[in-house]
Every structure is written in structure tokens, then in C-alpha cells.
Design a protein around this ligand. Structure first.
Ligand SMILES: [Zn+2]
Length: 127
């Protein structure tokens, strides 16, 4: 499995087989639940305490980019858009895509910043 398809499928960044999350992203009650260790290779996902705090930066960047793109379409396609429509759309978009944003941010954090990252090289310790 390639790194990109493993990332999109929510697989372990090290072995690309075990699931990072315990439920599907469409399960609104449990979309945040993660395995502490990879079910396949047993690597610990939270490599240090507070590791996933860094995922907030990815989530923040995603949100700001979304606001800018939505605003671009709102204010360039129409001359006179009420600001309330823009704000309402941004809030609705953020609520609807928050499970995806949450999961992608954590996966990005693991794939880019974790010591077992596979895009940059191989790593076998930290089990
Ligand atoms: Zn694994």
C-alpha cells in the first residue's frame, strides 16, 4: 500500500496495515476514538504526551483555507452578499467537515511529524 493510500485510508504510518481510528469517520459518536497502539505492528501512535496538540495547527490551517476559499466564491461571484450568509455558510461548513478535519489533522501530524514517519525514511524502534 502506498503512503498516500495508507494516509487516506487512515492506516498506521509505520506498517500501513493497522487502522489508526477504531470507527469510521461517518460515525459521529465515535469518530475521535483512536487505537493507542497499531493493531498490526504495535507501534504507539501518541509518541509522546501531548503529541496530538500539534494537530491543531493543521486543523487551524485547514479552517482558515476553507474560510478564504468560501469567501472568495461568495464575494467574487456576487456583488452584494450579506455578511450573515457568509458567516452562516462558514459555520455550517466547519460543523459538517469537523470529523474529517479532526482525523486528517491527526493523520498529518503522525505522517509528517512522528518519529516513525515513513515519507522521510524507515523507522523500526518506538514499539
Ligand atoms: Zn502499524
Amino acid at each position: 500500500m502506498s503512503g498516500l493510500s495508507a494516509f487516506i485510508g487512515g492506516k498506521c504510518p509505520q506498517c500501513r496495515k493497522g487502522n489508526v481510528f477504531t470507527h469510521k469517520g461517518t460515525n459521529l459518536r465515535h469518530f475521535r476514538d483512536m487505537n493507542t497502539h497499531c493493531p498490526s505492528c504495535k507501534v504507539k501512535f501518541e509518541s509522546e504526551p501531548g503529541f496530538f496538540w500539534g494537530a491543531m495547527y493543521f486543523s487551524y490551517a485547514y479552517s482558515v483555507a476553507s474560510f478564504i476559499i468560501i469567501g472568495f466564491f461568495f464575494f467574487t461571484l456576487s456583488d452584494d452578499v450579506h455578511l450573515g450568509y457568509y458567516i452562516g455558510t462558514v459555520i455550517a461548513y466547519t460543523l459538517v467537515t469537523s470529523p474529517m478535519s479532526f482525523r486528517l489533522s491527526r493523520l498529518l501530524m503522525m505522517y509528517i511529524a512522528a518519529p516513525y514517519r515513513t515519507f522521510m525514511g524507515n523507522y523500526t524502534a518506538n514499539r
